[in-house]
Design a protein around this ligand. Structure first.
Ligand code: PXP
Length: 236
């Protein structure tokens, strides 16, 4: 499995003081140098962490792949078409949420998703859809033209170590199998940490995990190189 490191929280910390530290670009380069195989970042409509200039600099600076998370917003689509990241991951977005709370409802807006991703696909950008591990959402995703899904692991992560863990885990495993049988490549992420990530090895064929909060949190104590390399080691 590959490790995409989400660096949004570095920008959150920087923005807390409105200055330039900690530098997001340096963080991305450290992630790459320590086992991160792509850099993931969410350009939110409210620009609460990552800002346009970060994305424009990242695309010119990083050596691995940029995975741009974005909502179905025309202005962000325009930026994606301009910078052409390796991939985009379409996520739902609510202004007041602390983080992305649920998966994208692809089944409920199939035509809208199809129409929105078409120019991105036509531009050669890989498209991933961030969905809950749910049969209807997987089946709908396979009808959009997107090549990837990213399964929302939030419920699994919350249930880890409780009676509900296995039930949530099986949703991920079954959804991954279904998606792969429909020709999709499967990523996963959200809420994964150093304790719960090992079960992702039980899901055959998972391609990449996108992990942010636990890595940046650990980095406060151990430094970013150790935090990234430790996670990379766990998911290899
Ligand atoms: N994948 C997606 C689509 C996300 O929105 C997020 C959170 O920004 C992540 C992965 C990473 O989640 P976490 O920060 O909990 O590791």
């Amino acid at each position: 499995m590959l490790l995409g490191v989400n660096i949004d929280h570095v920008a959150t910390l920087r923005n807390a003081r409105g200055g330039v530290e900690p530098d997001v670009i340096s963080a991305a380069l450290i992630c790459e140098a320590n086992g991160g195989t792509s850099i993931t970042t969410h350009l939110r409509e409210d620009r609460r962490h990552i800002k346009d200039e970060d994305v424009y600099t990242l695309i010119k600076t990083i050596k691995t792949k940029l995975n741009l998370e974005m909502a179905m917003a025309d202005d962000i689509q325009k930026i994606a078409l301009e910078i052409k990241p390796h991939s985009i991951c379409l996520v739902p977005e609510k202004r007041q949420e602390i983080t992305t709370e649920g998966g994208l409802d692809v089944a409920g807006q199939l035509d809208r998703v199809r129409g929105f991703i078409k120019p991105l696909l036509d531009a050669g950008i890989i498209v991933s859809l961030f969905i809950d591990p749910d049969e209807a959402q997987v089946k709908a995703s396979a009808k959009t033209g997107a090549q990837f899904i990213e399964m929302h692991t939030g419920s699994y992560s919350e249930a880890f170590g409780t009676d509900r863990e296995q039930e949530e885990f099986l949703k991920l495993k079954n959804s991954a199998q279904l998606a792969q049988s429909l020709g999709l490549t499967v990523n996963a992420g959200h809420g994964l940490n150093y304790k719960n990530v090992h079960r992702m090895h039980e899901i055959e064929g998972l391609y990449e995990l996108n992990i942010g909060h636990s890595i940046i949190s650990r980095a406060v104590f151990t430094g970013l190189p150790e935090a990234v390399s430790k996670m990379a080691e766990l998911i290899k």
